[in-house]
Write a protein that binds this ligand. Structure first.
Ligand SMILES: [Zn+2]
Length: 133
């Protein structure tokens, strides 16, 4: 998965720095902080400043750190959406859960979806998979 770029869907800014994908986020109290997700899909390592606190199961709101666009998807209110390109310049839509510690990631290209994470069944019904099989 190296050479992939993760992009803001609005400003197309590149969000990954080496293996970190950088977001600004707010917790349920509206406190803002920076959060790093892992650039490898299916790796749920999360880095944050210890002063940016949230609890497991808490919904966060993710923003592009470059243009401040809210990244919430239109598939489900618990999912954020960004773009990914690979070295062939193919564009993928990446959806991931904004719920702290919930491991669900979906990668859409055309009618196909790749699924990652032990909690991926939570939102699978919001992706139209009928054409994938
Ligand atoms: Zn942006």
């Amino acid at each position: 998965m190296e050479n992939n770029f993760l992009l803001c869907p609005k400003c197309k800014g590149i969000l990954n720095v080496e293996e970190n994908v950088v977001f600004s986020a707010k917790n349920k109290d509206g406190k803002a902080g920076l959060i790093f997700l892992h650039a490898h899909l299916g790796n749920y390592t999360v880095l944050r400043n210890p002063q940016f606190t949230f609890e497991s199961g808490e919904q966060l709101t993710f923003y592009c750190p470059l243009c401040n666009t809210k990244l919430r998807s239109d598939k489900h209110k618990n999912l954020a959406q960004i773009l990914m390109t690979d070295k062939m310049d193919i564009l993928y839509h990446v959806y991931f859960s904004e719920i702290a510690d919930e491991k669900s990631t979906y990668v859409l290209i055309g009618d196909n979806v790749e699924i990652y994470g032990q909690d991926s069944k939570n939102y699978i019904d919001f992706f139209n998979l009928s054409q994938s099989f």
